[in-house]
Design a protein around this ligand. Structure first.
Ligand SMILES: *Cc1c(COP(=O)(O)O)cnc(C)c1O
Length: 385
């Protein structure tokens, strides 16, 4: 079934009762190979790297949620990113947002470079700067919005229009927003990439990724790369993401509501030097976020006064928030970007982005928000001690 609104698609798209048994929930098909009626005559599956029924169900659901004609599932977000970059050739150039996911930067810097694909990172908050930074060999623009951890907002519609005018592919990493809050393809992007590890699965028990597109040719190329390179998700992981997707809308509504409550609480707190949340009027990208998002997400970054000692005491005292990397699960997480997720950047690189020693990043979960606020209170009391 591919009809209906978001919450209906999340539960039904790509899935129908199993023909053999009537099972309402999608079976986990573990078989690596499929019987053929005769040589080359089969039911659409011959070998599980090339195609698997559980994966097909997941891809159908992912495509429907992103409003795409095709979804291609991978074994991680980084595998999805790599597959997209493998469409480029030696000599090509990628222009990327500066606050891009660390693993994505590492693929640009340490993997693609040796194949002759170069990348430049710039602040894309001003689309005029994007135009100025395009080179004759720029073949792809890579946008991550909201970005991580500074939650910068880039104007997808304007940047995608610029890319289209020059025949450049526009890719949006939609991991932080999810298709519930932001639809990059409708805003003109050619490709959407996700770490399904985060909100799509939503329960911090799978590593996965996917790419969505409504361009048939790109879809075919990516399906080919999925099969040829082979970084495919296991049937069990596909099942788990499919299960997680069913509650994506319900979860996102709570993530957004609780994050707003906590962002406002933090903005009024005497021990907080700065709160970064796209839903606050104080955020420089607030107007663009309001234009292109249907809600401002569940991630908050803030600077606690007192630098590293205060930030460390704060994190160590939390009881509901776990001190951990990653994001997007039902459980709340808090982390220190300079020491944890963004340690691979140089000190100058972090300083240029505004990632200081007092910066903390919250992935606001869906526990009772009063318990979350009390936990932050506990952190602030500890930071003062
Ligand atoms: C986690 C993440 C990735 C990479 O995904 P993995 O599943 O960890 O490989 C890419 N982009 C963003 C924004 C992420 O948060």
């Amino acid at each position: 079934m591919h009809q209906g609104r978001f919450d209906t698609l999340a539960i039904h798209a790509g899935q129908s009762p199993d023909i053999a048994s009537g099972a309402v929930m999608t079976p986990i098909v573990l078989s690596s190979t499929f019987a053929q009626d005769g040589p080359g005559v089969h039911k659409g599956y011959d070998y599980s790297r090339a195609g698997n029924p559980t994966r097909t169900a997941l891809e159908g659901c992912l495509a429907a949620l992103e409003g795409a004609s095709d979804a291609i599932a991978f074994s991680s977000g980084c595998a999805a990113t790599t597959a997209i970059l493998m469409m480029l050739k030696s000599g090509d150039h990628v222009l990327s947002g500066d606050d891009v996911y660390g693993g994505t930067f590492r693929i640009f810097d340490k993997v693609m470079k040796q194949f002759g694909v170069t990348a430049d990172l710039i602040d894309m908050a001003d689309p005029a700067k994007v135009e100025a930074a395009l080179k004759p060999n720029t073949k792809m623009i890579w946008l991550e919005t909201p970005s991580n951890p500074m939650l910068k907002i880039f104007d997808i519609e304007r940047i995608a229009a610029l890319a289209k005018k020059r025949g450049i592919l526009c890719v949006v990493d939609n991991t932080f927003a999810t298709p519930y809050l932001q639809s990059p393809l409708a805003l003109g992007a050619d490709l959407v990439v996700h770490s399904a590890t985060k909100y799509l699965n939503g329960h911090s028990d799978v590593v996965g990724g996917c790419v969505m597109t409504s361009n048939k040719e790109l879809g075919e190329t990516l399906h080919f790369l999925q099969k040829a390179v082979g970084s495919v998700p296991s049937p069990f992981d596909c099942y788990l993401v499919l299960r997680g997707l069913k509650t994506l809308g319900v979860r996102m509504r709570q993530h957004v509501q609780s994050a707003r409550t906590l962002a406002e609480y933090l903005e009024g707190h005497a021990q907080v030097a700065r709160v970064i949340y796209p839903g606050l009027a104080s955020h420089p990208g607030h107007a663009v976020a309001q234009k292109q998002m249907r809600g401002f997400g569940g991630m908050i970054s803030f600077d606690v006064k007192g630098g590293l000692p205060a930030a460390t005491k704060f994190l160590k005292s939390l009881q509901v928030f776990a001190c951990a990397e990653s994001l997007g699960g039902v459980e709340s997480l808090a982390e220190h970007p300079a020491i944890m997720t963004h340690a691979s950047l140089t000190a100058e690189g972090r300083a240029a982005l505004g990632i200081g020693d007092g910066l903390l990043r919250l992935s606001v979960g869906i526990e009772d928000v009063s318990d979350l606020r009390e936990d932050l209170d506990r952190g602030f009391r500890a930071a003062l001690s």
